[in-house]
Design a binder for this molecule. Sequence first.
Ligand SMILES: Cc1cc2nc3c(=O)[nH]c(=O)nc-3n(C[C@H](O)[C@H](O)[C@H](O)COP(=O)(O)OP(=O)(O)OC[C@H]3O[C@@H](n4cnc5c(N)ncnc54)[C@H](O)[C@@H]3O)c2cc1C
Length: 408
Amino acid sequence: MSTAPRGRVAVIGAGPAGMATALSVHQAGHDVVLLERYKQARPAGNILNLWPPPIKALGLLGVDVDDLGAPCRSEFRNAQGRRRVEIDMPPEIVRDYGGGFIGLLRPELYERLLAAMPPGVLQVDRGVDSIDQDESVVRLHMSDGTIENADVVIGADGIDSLVRRTLWGDSPKREHNLQIFGGFTYADDLGVEPGLCIISHSRTVQGAWTSIRHKGRSGFQWWVLQAHPATEEYTGNLHASATELGREFAFPLPQLIAATDPDNVQRWPIRDRKPLKQWSKGRATLVGDAAHPTSPYAAYGAGMATEDGYFVGRRLAGVDLSDYVAVRAALDAFETPRKPHTARQSQQAYMLGQMFHHAPKPLRYVRDQILDRTPLLQKVVGESSPKEILSQIDLIDQAEKAFTTARR
Ligand SMILES: Cc1cc2nc3c(=O)[nH]c(=O)nc-3n(C[C@H](O)[C@H](O)[C@H](O)COP(=O)(O)OP(=O)(O)OC[C@H]3O[C@@H](n4cnc5c(N)ncnc54)[C@H](O)[C@@H]3O)c2cc1C
């Protein structure tokens, strides 16, 4: 390993981005603390799908990825079940990861990340109230009145990031005026084919389901998504709303919703923020939703957060963190390739949400004719996703090679 001295890195927020970052920075040989405001690192929500690149990154970070989720072949369909898009993964991805999307539940991802965390790294009940910095240090003003000093601070503090606001000022949330209901079930008597991720659209609703594995158990997760004004409070019954929205879809979506325990149904409004032109300033940078809040329409927010964490740690390996110029160069090198990838995903997610749920009524029939009869969606989603996945796998391979060489 390089002879660069160990530096002090503070990561704010123990979500997927913060946990992956802490693991990667620790592997890079620096002293790292992961500061979480709550009493534990707790997953907000249940349903989750991950693409192969974050799974690969997790494995390299020392996380046990064996049987983490159900690998699925992904298709877009219309509400009647007719295929519009096949996400055709290259054979090597299918060989190494079993398929494309991997269906799991969020708590197991957290458990496995935490199991890989070296003792003493995670500090819970440690909210950060503000940060300030000069060329030699970053000071973190903690909610308990203490001050922590670090050479580098990494904001992994989510869509309402304090670090982002401090570095780049406030920017309004972009309300998508959509709501999503999601749930999961272990029902095994419905005759549902395993190993599939089916994303369907009716004129106004998205209805989707995938296989999952959770702690060695097989099951299914599903979600339904519709337009809903962000200003309007939701007051309904979650399971009843989901049942109603799922009614117009082909087997097995209505049956999966019916088989779901109402306690396992959740709802989220959908919002993000427009991509930032720059993430890092001075000795601070951003990862995950703090850098690029992503709508669940992409189903890649936690995946990109994990990738960010992996890459930022690899970029800080061998860097003398007391050297301001070296820190600046490393943080710039981290964010430069990440920005176009993450901005593309979050913008595409926003656009798809608008197209499927906010198209003016007279255009919906025409839109669906185009989607049913032309290869447009195959080109926009079916071919771009495998390319993005391959390019991320390739970038991880390159980063890992450089990291391994530097360690010899
Ligand atoms: C319904 C739904 C479905 C989704 N499905 C998928 C999917 O299938 N695949 C996928 O990849 N993504 C999915 N996402 C997106 C994904 O959940 C997010 O992109 C991901 O959680 C972002 O991770 P993060 O670590 O950046 O932020 P977060 O998960 O928001 O974590 C931020 C952490 O920072 C802590 N924190 C905040 N402020 C402070 C502070 N001042 N001091 C200390 N700690 C602080 C918080 O308590 C929290 O623990 C979905 C999202 C939703 C809502």
